[in-house]
Design a binder for this molecule. Structure first.
Ligand SMILES: Cc1ncc(COP(=O)(O)O)c(C=O)c1O
Length: 360
């Protein structure tokens, strides 16, 4: 008997969220971002759910190969480019587009030009203030010229990444980054992509050939706004069951560290889900959990395989009752906020021992 903990991926929700991104930026093509195992949702599900995307983007080379082998024939963009020369051969063999974000990658291309069977399409990553990856704005023209001179380079595109697209008041806001980006590529020919989910939702004025939404496609919000307000649907529902019930007396404690001490008789539901499944250990007391459709608060410390909730208000609930940790009826953003993190981290943290199911 498997544990009753299941992450169900809703393909229709993936499709609907993609359609919503398309509607938000109707003139742009979409690179659906599927890195980190499609934000924990599984590559195969993402491939089906995002069948209408114009391309998929990610950074794991083995995963890109899997996408091709599973039948994805549209473009694939490698967001961090080649880590070594062998990756260029993979790009060549599987028809993958690559980001070039620093000089080492330029040199790698130059040194391996003769071993490639066809020109590779490259995306120059421009650092407009995020200061992680990319050429500084003043280098872009010369990098473009260097790439253009290589026979192993095909189409050249341009991209940057926003640090604060959800917050116009930020010191480095999207308008400033977009303006730097535009000035860097002045006079150069090529397609551009700039917007992550927050850019897609909050900066419709920033027209680009492509958008690169990630988290919104999985039904979570890229900001503190409610995902439901954008019309996004949860693509992952993490479900389990109550596997034991404890009746505490006043003064009794529960779990490791005895951090919860009952001040009155308390009925406690023990749920099969813990931090070894990806549920955050630092989830605060009071984090909402749905038991048989009712919201109840988390109590006590989340342990490796179990967590506990106060079901005193639910006298009808028995062992075996259905539990939703996040997803349909309980936004993942809410659970993330109660755990001092973001939905991105919760989705990506689901561990391999959690059974996956697909809702078609
Ligand atoms: C280069 C790049 N583009 C797009 C995205 C998608 O971002 P989001 O999930 O916020 O939409 C990411 C994710 O971090 C990224 O690294």
């Amino acid at each position: 008997m498997p544990r009753p903990l299941v992450a169900t991926i809703d393909l229709a929700a993936l499709q609907a969220n993609l359609a919503l991104a398309r509607k938000a930026q109707p003139t742009s093509k979409i690179w659906a971002v599927v890195k980190a195992n499609a934000y924990g949702h599984g590559l195969e599900s993402a491939m089906k759910g995002f069948a209408d995307a114009d391309g998929l983007s990610l950074l794991e080379w083995d995963a890109a190969i899997r996408l091709r082998e599973a039948g994805w024939t549209k473009p694939i963009l490698m967001l961090e480019g080649a880590f070594d020369a062998a990756d260029l051969k993979i790009a060549d063999q599987y028809g993958l587009q690559i980001v070039v974000h620093h000089d080492e990658q330029l040199i790698m291309l130059k040194d391996n030009a003769s071993s490639l069977s066809a020109p590779l399409d490259v995306h120059i990553k421009i650092n407009t203030g995020m200061n992680r990856l990319g050429f500084t704005v003043d280098r872009v023209q010369s990098v473009y010229a260097a790439l253009r001179a290589l026979s192993c380079v095909g189409k050249i595109s341009f991209m940057t990444h926003f640090a604060n697209a959800e917050n116009n008041q930020a010191v480095l806001n999207a308008a400033k980054q977009y303006q730097l980006f535009s000035s860097a590529i002045k006079g150069l020919d090529g397609e551009i992509s700039v917007a992550n989910s927050a850019g897609v939702l909050f900066h419709k004025e920033m027209k680009a050939d492509w958008i690169r939404p990630g988290v919104m496609l999985y039904g979570a919000s890229p900001s503190s706004d409610d995902a439901v307000a954008f019309g996004l649907l949860p693509a992952m529902t993490l479900q389990s069951r109550i596997i034991a019930i404890q009746n505490l007396q006043a003064g009794d404690c529960i779990g490791y560290g005895s951090v919860f001490k009952a001040d009155k008789p308390t009925r406690v539901g023990v749920i099969a889900c813990g931090y070894a499944d990806g549920y955050p250990r630092h989830a605060r007391a009071g984090t909402p959990v749905l038991v048989d459709g009712h919201r109840v608060p988390l109590i006590g410390r989340v342990s490796m395989d179990m967590l506990t909730v106060d079901i005193s208000a639910l006298s009808h609930v028995q062992v075996g009752a259905q539990v939703i940790l996040w997803g349909e009826g309980l936004p993942i953003d809410e659970v993330a906020a109660a755990s001092d993190t973001i939905a991105y981290e919760l989705m990506c943290a689901i561990t391999p021992r959690v059974v996956r199911a697909v809702k078609k």
